[in-house]
Each structure stands twice: as C-alpha cells, then as structure tokens.
Design a protein around this ligand. Structure first.
Ligand SMILES: Nc1ncnc2c1ncn2[C@@H]1O[C@H](COP(=O)(O)OP(=O)(O)OP(=O)(O)O)[C@@H](O)[C@H]1O
Ligand SMILES: [Mg+2]
Length: 341
C-alpha cells in the first residue's frame, strides 16, 4: 500500500503531504481544490507516468522550474524530481540511473470519467491504456516501446526528405522491426491474458447479460517485414510510416456486436470491466493487488449505483477515491478521509 505522499510545486500545490490507510481512502473537497491532482501525483510517483497528460511539464506548478514527489510504498522510499532540464529518481535514497527497478515497486490501476474514451475515442487512447498495463506486467515492455518509437522517428525523418533514399531507410528498418515485433507480441499476450478477468468483471457488473470479447488488431499485419515492404509506395507519398504497432487497434465486442454500437451505459460498463480486469490480471501476475486510484467516477451515478460500484471493487486492494460529497455512502466502511479545504 501507499503509506505517504508528499508533493512540492505540483499543479496547484506549493507543498502538501498526506498519509494513507489500507483499504478505503477518500479525498474530499469542493471543485478545483486539487483532488485529481493528488491522485495524479500518486500515479506519477509509482509509475512515472501521468494518467491525464503525456507531457510531464504541464504538471509543474505554474512559474516553477520543476516538481518533486516523495513517498513510501510499503517500506520502500520513492523519490522523483522532474524539470525540463533534469530528471532524478531515487529508490531508498539511492539514485537510480534507470527506471527499471524503481518501477517494480508499486502497481496502479487508474479510473476516471474520461475512461469512456477508451471505447469512443481514437486508437491512441486504447494504445495508451494497453501501454499503461503492459508496462506493469512486463518489465521489458517500456524499453521495447521506447526503442520502437525512436526507430519510427528516424524512419519518418528519412521519409520527409525530398526524395526518400530507400537503401538508407532500409538500413534503419531492422531495429524498427525487432522492437515493433516485441511490442506487438507483448500487447497480443496481454490482451489474451486479460480476456478472462475482463469478461468476469463484466459479468459481475452487468449481471452476466452479455459476453465481452477483446480483440487485438495488429497495425503491422501478420508479418511486419512484409507489411513494411508492401507499404513503401504509400509511405513515400504520405512521408511517414503507415504500418506498425503505432497503428495497433483493439476491438471490444458485446455478444459479437462492436462496442461502437453499444449504448452509453454499456460502454461505461465495458471500460469499468477493462479496468477491473486489468487489476485482477496484475494481482494474479504478481500476487498482490494493485493500488486503485478512482477519480470522481461516482459523479454521474445515483446513490444506489454508487454504493453498488463501491461494493464491486476488489476488497483486497487499497483504494483512493476522490469525491465532492460523501453523504451518499450508506454503510461507511472503515475509511480514511483526506479533506482539501
Ligand atoms: N500546472 C499548474 N499550475 C498551477 N495550477 C494548476 C496547474 N494545473 C492545474 N492547476 C489548477 O489546480 C487546481 C486543481 O485542479 P484539480 O483538477 O486537481 O481539482 P479537483 O479538486 O479535482 O476539482 P474537480 O472537483 O472539479 O474535479 C485547478 O484550479 C487548476 O486550475
Ligand atoms: Mg477532479
């Protein structure tokens, strides 16, 4: 469990610190007091990744150079400093050159109201979701993804030349294919492993009315090398790489009907099942339940549904939940309340 979180120069916070309890924790306060920001800070401290933005610079408090996060996950001391010029990581007061060991400490599943974009939004939202879980499940995932993105940038740069020199481009394709195939394999494996826990979570929330099937649709086709060759003409014309894992997609099917066609309530149930399924997968994989960070997901539900959802959350994981009100809770379980006023 996350025991302590200290933030400095982070979003609206000059400095703030808070302790957390096992089980249920609420962050309570009116709008714009920094509830979401605190959850985001917990996520960045453990996963070095914001659930809200891809550029870390936007979380630095305005007119500051950088932010610092500091906290304890179980007995492990995590510290992260970030500025435009410099990043610094420490684990148990020992500075870390790579994030590999640091990222083994805490695992997280983040829930927010914008999760519905995983079903409704573009492929980039789905890939981000997949990447967030995959990086936790397999330590090598982040390295492979970085290597792929780097090789892709190089290839795209060469394609931007007035007349692309294919011999030169070809020389760059080997690392692209090696890393791309690794990413694709790990994403495919992850989706296969998620199928059962996601379907179980979906059955639990929807009352087993429909089955939910996940499908991985690789952007590199069945054979990445072949797909790259076949796409040459397109790539010269578009001046960018048109095939590969950066075009991966995933499909969700409710009783074989694509989730684009599902109702709003069905779509919300699908994303909830994806998140709960991911939590179950991480628990099965590592033997300990991940930290659940839930950002105001009760906002749109009536009190009965709020209490039902609360009861459906796995009871062996630590949960931090932001909310503006608590008067809807019927039987308040032992919980800690962090008030932002
Ligand atoms: N980089 C930043 N520097 C300074 N302030 C920021 C920065 N980013 C966001 N803020 C401010 O932080 C405040 C808190 O935002 P946050 O989203 O955490 O609020 P919240 O308590 O979750 O509100 P709500 O209940 O509306 O969701 C907002 O007023 C926002 O404008
Ligand atoms: Mg908020």
């Amino acid at each position: 469990m996350l025991r302590l979180l200290k933030v400095r120069h982070f979003r609206c916070f000059e400095a703030f610190e808070s302790e957390f309890s096992p089980g249920l924790n609420f962050i309570l306060g009116p709008n714009a007091r920094g509830k979401t920001s605190l959850l985001e800070a917990a996520c960045i401290l453990l996963r070095l990744q914001s659930p809200r933005v891809s550029k870390m610079t936007s979380v630095i408090q305005q007119s500051r150079r950088g932010f610092a996060l500091d906290g304890y996950f179980e007995a492990r001391h995590l510290q992260f400093y970030f500025s435009k010029e410099r990043k610094k990581l420490a684990l148990d007061e020992v500075e870390q050159k790579s994030a590999q060991q640091y990222l083994q400490i805490g695992r997280v599943v983040y829930f927010s109201n914008s999760d519905i974009e995983i079903v409704r939004g573009g492929g980039d939202v789905r890939r981000r979701f997949l990447d967030f879980v995959a990086a936790q499940r397999e330590p090598g995932y982040r390295t492979a993804l970085r290597a792929y993105e780097k090789a892709l940038r190089s290839r795209n740069l060469l394609l931007k030349a007035p007349s692309p020199r294919w011999r030169e481009i070809e020389a760059f394709e080997e690392p692209l294919m090696v890393a791309g195939n690794q990413v694709a394999r790990m994403r495919g494996d992850l989706l296969k492993e998620m199928q059962t826990p996601v379907n179980e979570a979906h059955a639990a929330i929807s009352g087993a009315r429909e089955s939910l099937r996940l499908e991985y649709l690789p952007g590199s086709g069945a054979d990445f090398a072949e797909a790259l060759k076949a796409a040459r003409e397109d790539d010269s014309r578009l001046r960018q790489t048109s095939v590969g894992p950066h075009r991966d997609e995933m499909g969700f099917y409710l009783n074989d009907l694509s989730s684009d066609l599902a109702s709003e309530g069905q779509q919300r149930t699908v994303v909830l099942a994806l998140k709960l399924g991911a939590a179950q997968l991480l628990k099965a994989h590592f033997g300990t339940a991940p930290l659940l960070l839930l950002d105001d997901i009760f906002g749109e539900l009536d009190p009965a549904r709020r209490n039902a959802l609360l009861a459906a959350l796995p009871n062996d994981s630590q949960k931090v939940i932001t909310t503006t009100h608590l008067d809807w809770m019927t039987d308040a379980p032992a919980s800690a309340i962090i008030r932002l006023s």
